[in-house]
Design a protein around this ligand. Structure first.
Ligand code: GTP
Ligand code: MG
Length: 173
């Protein structure tokens, strides 16, 4: 079992390519009200969780809600790929604005497995190249996360480690 220590009040960024199991992981370990997913926010602003042209508006709304939650002292989990520095920088900024620690949980599964899962889903229609690009972005992310301001970077490699992970909350005071 891998124990992930997380401050009681944190902004948790899940990081992983599509099909790595972020939403599944979020559903297993957190209450649905604690999880802000980019898919849900795209659906809210554009009626379509896959409408990538709605991403800017969707993330704007997501960051706004994250700020409201953190101000109220509520743990918040961001279920999005979070593979690009600018996406993560926005999360670190929101966390800092509210004196909350940003934490990253990286889910790293073989690209071939993620592709297999993605192909089996009717709600995902992007091509193999898109997933390959995400994998490249993930590789680059490793060296950057701590430097970007994430106070803890937990990395789960492979489905076994992901499935066996448990969250343990650290008391802040
Ligand atoms: P995107 O939302 O596209 O970025 O993907 P995601 O990272 O949220 O992946 P998601 O949690 O939706 O998982 C994709 C599929 O993989 C799911 O439909 C599950 O069938 C399968 N899956 C996810 N996590 C696990 C896991 O821990 N174990 C197993 N066996 N299957 C999993
Ligand atoms: Mg998902």
């Amino acid at each position: 079992m891998t124990v992930l220590d997380i401050p009681e009040l944190a902004l948790v960024a899940l990081v992983g390519i599509s099909g790595s199991g972020k939403s599944t992981f979020a559903g297993r370990h957190f209450a649905s009200s604690q999880v802000l997913s980019s898919d849900a926010f795209r659906a809210m602003v554009a009626d379509d969780e896959n409408d990538q042209s709605a991403s800017a508006e969707a993330f704007d709304a997501l960051h706004y809600v994250a700020g409201k939650r953190l101000r109220a002292g509520r743990l918040t989990v961001v279920d999005a790929t979070n593979l690009q520095p600018h996406a993560r920088a926005a999360l670190v900024r929101v966390a800092r604005e509210h004196d909350v620690l940003p934490v990253a949980i990286v889910l790293d599964v073989p690209e071939a497995l993620a592709w297999e899962r993605t192909e089996a889903r009717s709600d995902r229609t992007f091509g193999r190249q898109v997933l390959a690009r995400m994998s490249r972005d993930l590789r680059r992310s490793y060296g950057q996360l701590a430097r970007e301001g994430f106070r803890k970077v937990h990395v789960l490699r492979g489905t076994e480690e992901i499935e066996a992970a448990e969250i343990r909350y650290e008391r802040l005071f």
